[in-house]
Each structure stands twice: as C-alpha cells, then as structure tokens.
Design a protein around this ligand. Structure first.
Ligand SMILES: *Cc1c(COP(=O)(O)O)cnc(C)c1O
Length: 393
C-alpha cells in the first residue's frame, strides 16, 4: 500500500472537505434528542437553514442522502399517474426523474443539450401547449454537477409564470446551496432539495427540503403512499423538533457550527470566494486548451458553475487515467465523468471549505497529470490562475 503524507486534497464536487471546526463540534457525547438542549440546537439550525435557503417557509431535514430528499420531494406532492416535466441537464436530472417513473408518475423530458444551460423559452413554449394543465410539476437542477453547467432557475420560474401555468417548481440545489446565489422565495421555488455534504461542509447523510405553502397544500391532496418521508408527520403541531426515529444529534452539532462559519464569513462573501476560486480554475482551463488541449464541457461561459468545472479531454485521452495519476502520485482526488461521459471528463470541484492555495495545489496536480499522461495542453494554467488571484481580473 502506498504511504501518503501531507493533506489529502479532496477536490471532488461533493462530498467536500469537512472543516476542523465542524469535526470538533461533532466530537462529543450524545444528548437526549427529546430534551431542551437539543431543541435549542435544532431550532438554531432550522432558523439558519432558512436564511441560507432565503425562505420564510419550513425547511425539513432527514437522515438521508440527497437521493432520499429527491424521493421525498416527489412523493409528497404528486399522485400516481401525475405528469411531470423534467428539464434535462445531465446525469442528475435524469436520475431524479427516473425515480418518478418508479412511483408511477408520467415523466416527460424537456430536451436540452447537456453542454448548455436550459432554455426558458423552450419551457414556456411547452407549458403553453399544456392548456389543460396536465403537467403537475417542473423539475430542474440548479448546478448540474455532472456537467458543470449552472441552470437559470429565476428565468425558468419566469417562464412558468409567463405561461400562467400552475405546475409546482421543484429544484435540486445540492451542489449550489451555500455556494452561489439561490433564493427560494424570491424565485418562487416550491420544493428545494439540498444535501449536507457539499456547500454545507458536513459529512454525507443529512438531507434538507424547503417546502413552500403551495407545496404544503399539494401535500395534503397527494396520493402517493409515504410514511418516513411524509412532511405532515414532520410538521405535526408545527414543531420541527419532531423526527422520524432518533434524531441524528451529531449532525446538528456539526450543522450549527457550519452555519456559524458561513454567517461569520457572510453568505455573500462565501459566494464571492466560490466565484473567485472557480474563476481561477477557469483561467487555468483556458490556458490548458491551447495546443488542442482539454476544453470546458460547458459551452456557455456565463453558465459555468461556480462549484464545479468539468473539463473535456481531447479524443484518445483517458480522463480516468489522469485522475488516477493525480490521486496516486499527488494525493489529489478529482471527479470523473458519469455514465456516458465516463472516461471523457475530469471534474474539478471547487466548493465548500476551500482557499487559494488549496485550489492552486489541485490545479498544479491536474497540470502535472496531463503532462505525465501525455494529454496535449498549453502550459502555464496554474500561473494564469495565480495571476487572476493576484489581480482579480
Ligand atoms: C451530489 C448530488 C446529488 C446526490 O446527492 P447524494 O447525497 O449523493 O444522494 C444530487 N444532485 C446533485 C445536483 C448533486 O450534486
């Protein structure tokens, strides 16, 4: 076995680095989850989450992965046979929608090139055709982690409004929340799906869901069977201390600390830091592109996500070999291509608890791995990233 020294650079687009402060906050004994102390901690957490979701509506939590929250979102508002429209964005959009099919929903895809942001005009046109309002929900991914494309959630909302369509709007923010701008209430999102292990810097295993009043009303009528996931159970007596089973108190200790860290920095500053580190990464990719080197998977420069950059390797190059070199030689873990993109993409995550030297170190490892793997590229990507971080332009 290889002996590794120094820090493991964890540069996947989720999970993300867990700050020492969060780890320390969780390093303590158990307390009674029915007691006053836990009530205070969980109350503080839910209030903080609402500020991050930018909502006055309830935010609920589960001991689950994001996949659990996906299912919760669908089964609480729909009935068997309901028609839902998923805005195609990539691997994650299709995965979410596929779950709907398993529950007996009729899932339609709004086709979209994975390399481009969704077109609100196309959504508006499709909803305009649906005069009988058969479509009960529109599903979209904010940051499509498999492609590095950020989708225009506010504009998609405006398209629904322009078509005067009553469908619920469900949005996955798993790799955007607490990393770049998202506004549940202002953007009229009815159901928000989020996870613990990306922008919120926690271990995997807790999932969150924001529920608008319109979505709560839909939940009263929805006919899909549900028990563990049932929002009504979690909101009984409008108390959020209610939990299905034993509350994961350690997650709440960690969450309280993560929220404190975000508020100390200021959410807008957190966004600015993510933008800066993302932009530094993009400057490196622009240089690597020379000599017919790797290119951005996302073709629209304005739609490149501030949390993950997907880099498309030239034909004949193996992205997984580059990733293996980065990991084995330099102890840097990178994301790969999912499903049909496997072997073609290196995905550099730049979200969560991250600073300039961490991103520069990771970019240097990528550049060295290109060199070792024989991937054609322009040299000096890291220097371009440094230049940007110094000058800020
Ligand atoms: C990571 C991710 C998921 C899956 O989250 P899990 O916690 O692994 O289930 C879903 N959607 C997006 C956009 C993601 O980035």
């Amino acid at each position: 076995m290889t002996v590794r020294r120094g820090y493991h650079f964890f540069q996947n687009p989720g999970p993300t680095n867990i700050p020492e402060r969060v780890l320390r906050a969780m390093d303590r004994g158990v307390i009674d989850f029915n007691g006053a102390e836990f009530k205070a901690i969980s109350g503080e957490c839910f209030a903080g989450l609402k500020r991050i979701f930018k909502t006055e509506a309830p935010v609920l939590a589960y001991a689950a992965t994001g996949h659990g929250a996906w299912e919760s979102a669908l089964m609480n508002v729909f009935s068997p046979g309901d028609h839902v429209l998923v805005v195609e964005s990539g691997f994650f959009s299709m995965n979410w929608a596929m779950r709907g099919e398993s529950f007996g929903l009729k899932v339609e895809t709004l086709p979209n090139d994975w390399r481009l942001p969704a077109d609100p005009k196309r959504l508006e046109a499709r909803l305009n055709e649906d005069r009988e309002h058969r479509i009960k929900g529109v599903l979209a991914i904010h940051s499509e982690t498999s492609t590095g494309v950020a989708h225009p959630i506010a504009e998609l909302r405006r398209a629904i409004d322009a078509a005067r369509h009553p469908a619920l709007f469900l949005v996955d923010t798993i790799s955007s929340l607490a990393s770049f701008d998202f506004r549940m209430d202002e953007w009229g999102v009815d159901v928000v799906v989020a996870g613990s292990q990306k922008g919120l810097m926690l271990p995997t295993g807790m999932a969150f869901i924001g529920v608008s009043h319109k979505a709560l009303a839909a939940a009263q009528e929805a006919k899909l069977p549900r028990v563990y996931w049932d929002w009504r159970r979690l909101l009984e007596g409008s108390s959020q201390s209610l939990w299905n089973g034993t509350a994961p108190v350690h997650f709440f200790y960690g969450l309280a600390e993560a929220l404190r860290m975000i508020e100390e920095e200021g959410l807008e500053n957190v966004f600015a830091r993510h933008h800066r580190l993302a932009e530094a990464t993009r400057r490196a990719v622009e240089v690597w592109r020379r000599n017919d080197g790797p290119e951005f998977y996302c073709l629209d420069p304005r739609a490149r996500s501030d949390t993950v950059t997907a880099v498309w390797l030239p034909d004949g190059c193996d992205a997984d070999e580059v990733r293996a070199i980065a990991l084995d030689r330099f102890n840097v873990s990178l994301g790969g291509g999912l499903e049909r993109l496997k072997g073609h993409l290196v995905r550099i995550g730049h979200l969560g608890d991250l600073n300039e030297p961490m991103i520069l170190g990771s970019l240097a490892a990528v550049e060295m791995a290109f060199e070792i793997a024989g991937v054609p590229h322009g040299k000096g990507g890291v220097a371009a990233a440094m230049e940007y971080l110094v000058r800020g332009e």
